[in-house]
Design a protein around this ligand. Structure first.
Ligand code: SAM
Length: 210
C-alpha cells in the first residue's frame, strides 16, 4: 500500500512517527542550542504532531508542512483551523523534486527519505531550500533502517520495500558527499536517549554558510 492510500483508507493515528511523544521536545532542545527558526519547512510532515507543537510554542515562527498525501494535508489544515493555529500551513508536495519555493531557516525531513528512491536528488532539493545560515535536519535510510524494517510485520515492511531491497541505503559519508559539507549527528546534538530510533533513523544536522 502506498502512503496516499494509507491515509485515504485508514483511520490513521495522529502520531509523530519518529521518536513519538519525545520528538517535539527534542526539536525544542535543538532550538535552545541553536535558535528558534523564523521559518520552518517540514517535508513528509505526516500528521504533523511536531509541527503543531512548534507552531503553538512559537507563534512568531511560520511553519509549512508538505507531504505526498492530499487527504492528510486537508485533515492537517482542518485541524489547524479548528485549533486557531494561524502560523501553520500545509500543501501537497513530493520528493525528490519539490514545487515548494523559497528558503527556510529550518528544513526538517525526518523518517521520509526511507520511502524515496532517488535519495541524492531529494537531499539536493532539501538543501536548496535552506536559507543562508539556516539548518537542514534530515534522516536517511541506512543499514540500521533495514535491520529495523526486517523486524516489522509483513504489512509495515511493505512500506519499506526500497530499504529492504537495499535500493536506497546511504551512509553518513554518502550524505556529506551529496551536500558537499560535513554533518553533525542530530541525536547527539540534542542528547537523545539511547533508544532504537537512533539507529533505525540516523539523522544529521547541517548548517548552511551565511
Ligand atoms: C513515517 S511518516 C513520517 C511522518 C513525520 N515526518 C513524522 O516523523 O511523524 C513518512 C511520511 O512521508 C510521506 N512521504 C512518503 N513519500 C514521500 C515523498 N516522496 N514525498 C513527500 N512525502 C512523502 C508519507 O506520506 C508519510 O506521511
Amino acid at each position: 500500500m502506498e502512503w496516499t492510500e494509507f491515509y485515504r483508507e485508514r483511520d490513521y493515528d495522529r502520531i509523530a512517527y519518529l521518536a513519538g511523544e519525545e520528538m517535539p521536545d527534542l526539536l525544542e532542545r535543538f532550538f535552545e542550542r541553536t535558535r528558534v527558526p523564523e521559518t520552518m519547512l517540514s517535508v513528509g510532515c505526516g500528521p504533523a504532531v511536531t509541527e503543531f507543537a512548534v507552531a503553538e510554542r512559537h507563534p512568531e515562527t511560520s511553519v509549512h508542512g508538505v507531504d505526498v498525501s492530499e487527504d492528510l494535508m486537508r485533515d492537517n489544515r482542518d485541524l489547524a483551523a479548528d485549533a486557531n493555529v494561524e502560523n501553520l500551513t500545509f500543501a501537497v508536495d513530493t520528493l525528490p523534486d519539490l514545487d515548494t519555493d523559497g528558503e527556510y531557516d529550518l528544513v526538517y525531513c525526518v523518517a521520509t527519505l526511507f520511502f524515496v528512491k532517488d535519495v541524492d536528488r531529494a537531499l539536493e532539493s532539501l538543501w536548496d531550500r535552506v536559507a543562508p545560515g539556516g539548518h537542514l535536519v534530515v534522516s536517511y535510510p541506512s543499514s540500521g533502517t533495514r535491520r529495523g524494517a526486517l523486524e516489522m510485520d509483513e504489512q509495515s515492511q511493505a512500506f519499506f520495500s526500497l530499504v529492504v531491497g537495499e535500493e536506497n541505503l546511504r551512509t553518513r559519508a554518502d550524505v556529506e558527499s551529496v551536500l558537499g559539507v560535513k554533518t553533525a549527528d542530530f541525536w547527539a546534538a540534542v542528547d537523545a536517549p539511547d533508544e532504537p530510533f537512533v539507529t533505525f533513523a540516523p539523522t544529521v544536522v547541517v548548517q548552511k554558510e551565511q
